[in-house]
Design a protein around this ligand. Structure first.
Ligand code: CMP
Length: 136
């Protein structure tokens, strides 16, 4: 049965800085995702704090928000059957050291912080994250 979903993907500053955004988008397209909307932006630290609010009690929260706001990012709405789960598989484990061969984080990730991409972790969060970046 078809289960068309949308999820939010972010190409993080470490990847944009290394000009990997085009190559990462090609991977998503090759894996069957439709890039419905995309934009290159730079968020403020306050916006990063709002975006990552679910992590506000974590010890890495401040560094994470400083990092996300440190340079340009590419935010995208990806669409495919089971997009949320499929995107997480294409990205690989949060820590590039644990990511499987062939995943984006294994290929491009530098560290758990500079792990090149973010993807929504549930259908509910995907809706919230898409709304956060693409209100209109
Ligand atoms: P992301 O999928 O963007 O969601 C939150 C981010 O926090 C995560 O990727 C990592 O880059 C970062 N992070 C830093 N330290 C940790 C940690 N110990 N556990 C999970 N995420 C972490």
């Amino acid at each position: 049965m078809n289960n068309l979903e949308q999820t939010l993907s972010i190409i993080k500053p470490d990847a944009v800085e290394r000009n990997l955004d085009k190559e990462i988008k090609e991977i998503f397209k090759y894996k069957g995702f439709n890039i419905v909307k995309e934009k290159k932006i730079q968020v403020t630290k306050a916006e990063a704090e709002q975006f990552y609010k679910v992590h506000e009690t974590k010890p890495f929260y401040n560094d994470l928000c400083v990092y996300l706001s440190s340079g340009p990012i590419v935010v995208m709405i990806l669409e495919k059957d089971n997009a949320v789960l499929e995107n997480r598989e294409v990205m690989g484990a949060t820590n590039p050291k644990d990511a499987k061969d062939g995943t984006i984080r294994k290929k491009f990730g530098i560290s758990i912080d500079k792990n090149s991409v973010h993807g929504s972790d549930s259908v509910d969060n995907a809706k919230k994250e898409i709304e956060f970046f693409f209100k209109d």
